[in-house]
Ligand binder design. Structure first.
Ligand code: NAD
Ligand code: DAU
Length: 332
């Protein structure tokens, strides 16, 4: 796979994927990223100049996208508006980037017959009851809850339509909740870590019984690369590492690892339409492509992530006040 176009490669998971590809293949990469509030140029610093270049631009702009796709052997599409709470405040950028952006890329890969991988989320399936013995599989019906997850669900449907009607060579992956370095501090785990580092009490939505299925971003990257290299065109693969934990348990683990009392947090206003539980059955990916997660020890991964945020205060500090001000407006 000599030349890859990675959209959203300056974001949390996209940047992790760029590092992963450079370390495990001989591909060169063009990153297309609009550098929104969620992006970090820093995450791409120090990489070999001959193998990575950054193009600042919008995935929904065909004039930017078309020549970049024409020059690529494969496109991996991470770029998105990614935060549920933001989508509840203002859905409009989610529609433009996640739907029009995907449409724009699909038209370009169709025109130039370029292999395409679409990165999506388990949230397209809605949520499960806490005591449901089932987990999400590739056959679970779509039932998204938020403007974010509905926009991602719509983008998945576009990909499948372009596969069936136009023969586009695409694969899809739907992954569970990622954690690790470079995740924006608006998200649950880095928000609570940086609250503790800041001397502020962590904030738990509602009862804290909601369950998320945590996976380290390194494992998501290895799954996407495996699907890109060996996945069957037209197929969807669910990505997960059997990491179900309720939010209150994750928060108490953060507090314990950071030397804080177990009750040193506040319950705050719940998220509107808050999905109760996500759980991934990744048997297809494991069986067909031989993928397994390498970073399955959540406690160890979380401890490393806490250390990373301690060591990278200069990166997150400039965004902390504005991020918390947005939450304060919503009583969160
Ligand atoms: P992120 O918000 O950290 O990064 C998104 C990146 O996309 C940023 O660099 C941003 O600048 C860029 N971007 C946004 N709009 C753009 C546009 N119009 N044109 C070009 N670039 C644009 O997101 P993330 O958490 O790294 O998620 C990446 C992808 O993975 C998304 O598609 C998301 O739906 C999916 N995903 C995320 C998770 C998770 O837990 N974070 C889990 C499953 C799937
Ligand atoms: O499941 C995959 C999805 O995971 C991705 O598609 C999204 O891009 C990603 O943001 C993530 O979505 P969530 O909404 O699950 O993640 P978030 O980090 O926002 O919240 C995780 C859980 O923690 C959720 O139940 C809400 C809760 N929460 C969140 C914040 C920010 C809190 O209790 N307190 C908080 O301060």
């Amino acid at each position: 796979m000599p030349s890859m176009l990675v959209t959203g490669g300056a974001g949390f998971i996209g940047a992790n994927f760029v590092h992963h590809v450079l370390a495990h293949t001989d591909s060169s990469i063009t990153v297309l990223d609009k550098l929104t509030y969620a992006a970090s140029r820093e995450a791409l610093e120090g990489l070999p100049e001959g193998r990575v270049r950054l193009v600042v631009g919008d995935v929904a702009d065909p004039e930017v996208v078309d020549p970049l796709v024409a020059a690529a052997d494969a496109v991996v599409h991470f770029a998105a508006e990614s935060h549920n709470d933001n989508s509840l405040r203002d859905p409009s950028p989610f529609i433009r980037t996640n739907l029009v952006g995907t449409f724009t890329l699909l038209e370009a890969v169709r025109k130039h017959d370029v292999r395409y991988h679409h990165v999506s989320t388990d949230e397209v399936y809605g949520d499960l009851a806490l005591d449901d013995p089932e987990r999400f599989t590739e056959a679970t019906p779509y039932n998204p809850s938020s403007p974010y997850s509905a926009s991602k669900a719509g983008s998945d449907h576009l990909v499948r339509a372009w596969v069936r009607s136009f023969g586009v060579r695409a694969t899809l992956s739907n992954c569970s909740n990622n954690y690790g370095p470079w995740q924006h501090i608006e998200k649950f785990i880095p928000r609570q870590i940086t609250n503790v580092l800041d001397g502020t009490r962590p904030k738990l939505y509602g009862s804290g019984e909601n369950v998320r299925d945590w996976i380290h971003a390194d494992d998501h990257s290895s799954a996407v690369l495996a699907i890109l290299e060996r996945g069957r065109p037209g197929e969807t693969y669910l990505v997960g590492a059997d990491g179900e934990q309720d939010n209150a348990t994750v928060l108490r683990l953060i507090l314990e690892l950071m030397g804080q009392p177990a009750d040193a947090f506040d319950h705050v206003t719940d998220r509107a339409g808050h999905d109760l539980r996500y759980a991934i059955d990744s048997a297809k990916l494991r069986r067909e492509l031989g993928w397994t997660p390498a970073r399955g020890d959540f406690r160890e991964g979380l401890a490393e992530t806490i250390d990373w945020y301690r060591e990278h205060e200069a990166w997150w500090r400039p965004h902390k006040d504005a991020t918390e001000a947005r939450y304060a407006e919503a009583g969160q």
